[in-house]
Design a protein around this ligand. Structure first.
Ligand code: PBG
Ligand code: ZN
Length: 327
């Protein structure tokens, strides 16, 4: 084995062209999925305070945004809905004419060649902000997955291309797969939020989606932050139940999980760079404490290097613009 002075790893770093040639991980626009928040009304574009550059959009503006996103070369969006009315059972989640169902129909009729993914959960739709139906303060599992399955079917009926359950109830993937198949949606893939942690990094999202729980937290269904082997069991279970793609969430603080999931299962693996990850980079960038663009790219490369095939990120548009610029 050769050692210094014959072995010199710096030889491949002196020249920018050579550096480009030997780079192992590069971003592509095909990696990105752009999250969008849709609200009732018209001509609405409310910036989310803790997420500069992210807006709650009414359907008219959402369609405009989707055209822009698609023109930039980003292949997919994921939609989150804020309903007109919230109630105990989150009825608007599975209402055929609910906010998401209308939004999907509008996008599908006006924007060609954009993959529309819908997030399936109850927390944006329930008056108490929990991810399912309650008995006292307990989230009922088996009652909730029936409603999630109904929600998924209404999304597919509206034209959603991919269904993404984010609730972390047991058995939801099986229930959703069965319901979709029974309605003839055998070709609609499921991207399950398989390893989703009970994370403090979701704070800004809950402002954007107006889904902060009225009491308690999400620790009875989302994963404990210290667990890694359990993440593999969650992923394995979702695959057995019929998930076509799996997701790890958050992304940056859970690179070990992304790595292990990709190594062990080899399925198309998504990672969600969540609202708090975005907010921290934005905040430090705005203060000139970091070079925001550099850190944005570095954070995305790290997620891809760990094994993610797809990244859900609020930076999708900026990163796509960066890719155009750096060509
Ligand atoms: C809904 C859901 C959440 C996120 C995606 N889907 C929030 C939560 O679990 O409270 C978080 C996304 C983000 O923080 O960007 N279950
Ligand atoms: Zn939820």
């Amino acid at each position: 084995m050769s050692v210094f002075p014959t072995k010199r790893l710096r030889r491949l770093r002196y020249n920018p062209i050579i550096r480009d040639m030997v780079r192992e991980t590069e971003l592509s626009k095909n990696d990105f999925i752009y999250p969008l928040f849709v609200v009732p009304g018209e001509k609405i574009k409310n910036e989310v305070k803790s997420m500069p550059g992210v807006y709650q959009l009414s359907i008219d503006n959402l369609v405009k945004e989707c055209k822009e996103v698609s023109a930039l070369g980003i292949p997919a969006v994921i939609l989150f809905g804020i309903p007109e009315h919230k109630d105990e059972k989150g009825s608007e989640a599975y209402e055929p004419n609910g906010i998401i169902q209308r939004a999907v129909r509008a996008i599908k009729s006006e924007v060609k060649d954009l993959v529309v993914i819908t997030d399936v959960c109850m927390c944006e739709y329930t008056s108490h902000g929990h991810c399912g139906v309650l008995e006292g303060e307990e989230i009922l599992n088996d009652e909730t997955i029936e409603l999630l399955a109904k929600e998924a079917v209404t999304h597919a009926e509206a034209g959603a291309d991919i269904i993404a359950p984010s609730d972390m109830m047991d058995g939801r993937v099986a229930a959703i797969r069965k319901a979709l198949d029974e309605k003839g949606f055998t070709k609609i893939p499921i991207l399950s939020y398989a390893a989703k942690y009970a994370s403090g990094y979701y704070g800004p999202f809950r402002d954007a989606a107006e889904s902060t729980p009225a009491f308690g937290d999400r620790r009875s269904h989302q994963m404990d932050i210290g667990n890694a082997n359990e993440a593999l069991r969650e992923v394995e279970t979702d695959i057995e139940e019929g998930a076509d793609m799996v997701m790890v969430k958050p992304a940056g603080p859970y690179l070990d999980i992304i790595y292990r999931v990709k190594q062990k299962f080899g399925l198309p693996t998504a990672a969600y760079q969540v609202s708090g990850e975005y907010a921290m980079i934005k905040a430090a960038g705005r203060n000139n404490w970091i070079d925001e663009e550099r850190v944005m790219i570095e954070s995305l490369i790290a997620i891809k290097r760990a094994g993610a095939d797809m990244i859900l990120t609020y930076f999708a548009k900026e990163a796509a613009t960066w890719l155009d610029k750096s060509k």
